[in-house]
Design a protein around this ligand. Structure first.
Ligand SMILES: C[S@@+](CC[C@H](N)C(=O)[O-])C[C@H]1O[C@@H](n2cnc3c(N)ncnc32)[C@H](O)[C@@H]1O
Length: 303
């Protein structure tokens, strides 16, 4: 039978009917406005209505749940992030990220707590104070900068040259303050990061904060991270979203043309095991509820 004439499954027909109904019209209107302006103020209910409508619409069209098949397109979406936000100029996005995490009390509080938590994780793992760290998906480099100030030797990596340009301003600021040169940034896809970091490695710790779920292939990224570790080194996954994120952040992923998916704890741990990492440490969630973000570590055996 011609695929064009194949009847759509019931769930997709139902989703299409709901997305076209008066019931979800407020969500559709909000989503249409949001597609013109990323910074449109939305209440929690507004986000739910807009995101819910988009999921119904895309499910009806066979686009949700998302499947990622084109690596070049995925990389390009991440690389062009600052230039592709609806209603926000690239210059404004860059200016915002130069000062991350000092945005407002809410965001500063969140990021400060996350950084403190990461430091606690390092302490609990026994990471030495001058350890060599590799960050994957470092964005504008705010966390790498603080960790270098703290005394670690830090290599921040990201797929986006715009991120590295901001990171280099952070390096220059540390140099101007007379701190030792222990921070650098490189463009490197995390799927092949071990091949790209050259003589900066191997590392005592490879960590990724809120970025593994943006990778084109998070499984491959775990294997590459494992290869970048010294024997006895730790891979730390920090605040990587649980399964519910695939639904909650679908709207944001569509607006920014980036990967926003959730990963299950068992799938993450199975991949760490397959990459040869043992001694798993689960800091969060103690009981996997599919909602709470993951804070996990696993170790490359010493021999
Ligand atoms: C949500 S941002 C998080 C950035 C950073 N960890 C922070 O806290 O600001 C995701 C980052 O992952 C990067 N990224 C996405 N896909 C990547 C890939 N395949 N390899 C390396 N970096 C990637 C993006 O360019 C971006 O810098």
């Amino acid at each position: 039978m011609d695929p064009a004439n194949t009847p759509r499954p019931l769930s997709r027909r139902l989703a299409g009917w709901l997305a076209g109904s008066a019931l979800t019209a407020p969500g559709r209107r909000l989503m249409e406005a949001n597609l013109r302006d990323y910074h449109l103020p939305l209440s929690k209910w507004g986000k739910l209505a807009a995101g819910g409508w988009l999921i119904l619409r895309d499910h009806a069209d066979g686009k949700f749940p998302p499947t990622f098949e084109d690596q070049r397109k995925a990389y390009q979406g991440e690389i062009e992030y600052f230039a592709s936000i609806p209603g926000a100029a690239r210059e404004r996005m860059i200016a915002d990220h130069v000062v991350k995490p000092f945005w407002d009390a809410h965001w500063f509080g969140k990021y400060a707590a996350d950084l403190a938590r990461l430091l606690r994780v390092f302490e609990q793992l026994g990471v030495p104070a001058d350890a060599r760290l590799l960050e994957l998906g470092c964005g504008c480099g705010w966390m790498a900068e603080f960790l270098a100030i703290k005394g670690y030797d830090v290599t921040g990596t990201t797929i986006a040259p715009d991120d590295v340009a901001i990171g280099e301003k952070r390096v220059a600021a540390l140099v101007a303050r007379g701190l030792p040169p222990r921070l650098r940034f490189r463009v490197a896809p995390m799927e092949t990061v071990d091949e790209c970091v050259g003589d900066a490695g191997p590392f005592d710790v490879v960590f990724v904060f809120e970025a593994l779920h943006h990778a084109f292939d998070w499984r491959k990224s775990i294997h590459s991270a494992a290869r970048a570790l010294k024997p006895g080194g730790w891979l730390v996954l920090a605040n990587e979203p649980n399964l519910v994120h695939t639904f909650v952040s679908y709207r944001v992923g569509r607006l920014t043309n980036t990967h926003e998916i959730g990963m299950s704890g068992p799938a993450l741990r199975a991949e760490m095991t397959a990459a040869g990492l043992a001694e798993h440490r689960i800091f969060q969630p103690s009981l996997d509820n599919r909602i709470t973000a993951h804070w996990l570590a696993a170790r490359r055996p010493a021999r």
